[in-house]
Design a protein around this ligand. Sequence first.
Ligand code: ATP
Ligand code: MN
Length: 334
Amino acid sequence: MVETPATAQTPVPRTPRASPRSARARERRASTTGEVAGIAITSARRIIDVASGIRKLDLVRYYARAAPWLLPHLRDRPVSLVRAPQGLAGELFFQRHITRAPIPGVSLYEDLDPGHPPLIGVDSLDALIHVAQMDAIELHTWNARVTAIELPDRVVFDLDPDPVLGWERVIEAAELTRTVLGDLGLEAFCKTSGGKGLHIVVPLVPGASWDDTKAFARAVAQRLASGWPTQFTATAGVEHRKKKIFVDYLRNVRGASTAVAYGVRARPGMGVSVPIAWEELAQTTGGAHWTLANIDARLKQLNRPKRGDPWARYAQVRQTVSSELTLRLEEGGA
Ligand code: ATP
Ligand code: MN
């Protein structure tokens, strides 16, 4: 068959050619492009984590499987992305705004961050798979919804242990945090970070301002540090954290974000942040107890009627913080 110049006016029927070159090209395409939820995944077979051998396609498929559990935690919140176009071995990009080409499917939240391009929303399966296709590994969410952005609907305490500490110390710290919050009449929920620690989440009915919520979080952190000085520090910086756990309360300012529940971490081994019941905490082995290698069994458990969702009560909890509560904490009463 005669090659038709690209400029030819008449359309040429696209008869598949049997040249070895195009066959190879086809093969290569098949092995590098996948499809998830109707979205073409490029470089699907690229290994993103050498430690676990996880490929980009494995990650995107996980996000599709986890979407029913993950999306409720993403929906209506500004989301920051950690993107790794070259995998974990390459440079990581922390992205809070949509600057250039929009990612298909994502929501653009204008004017929530004045003076900046729109914030990012990942509110649908379509958006989730598209951000994963764009090499996002981590998804971090704000403590407020876009519908009431000035009124946080949760407080997050990030427990960051000195790496020399045994995991049992982190478990103990989480239980203490729970107790202090419980004494204030506040129910708290726990999740692994997927990294080195735990996140304690306190759902709130929106009402208190960012300033009041942060002041409350700081007072809790200081109460922990003063009550159990050998266990906790409320001061950032590794020099203060020696053999202690840093209660990071600074996640509770406007614009701060925390790795989302059921989100993957861009770290060797690819840990997953997993909500747990308090009764399960003692059996965990670390912040990366769950990874992409063992998360499926966990997701399966969630669908079982008896065990179910360890955070099932989360949406029913009705509680608030206030400057009065903070004052009581600071004065040592409770
Ligand atoms: P670990 O349990 O290992 O401490 P973590 O999720 O608690 O895991 P990090 O991954 O260290 O902690 O996250 C630090 C915080 O800083 C997160 O809340 C994240 O949203 C934010 N963050 C991370 N990278 C950047 C960055 N480059 N710019 C701004 N904020 C960032
Ligand atoms: Mn942490």
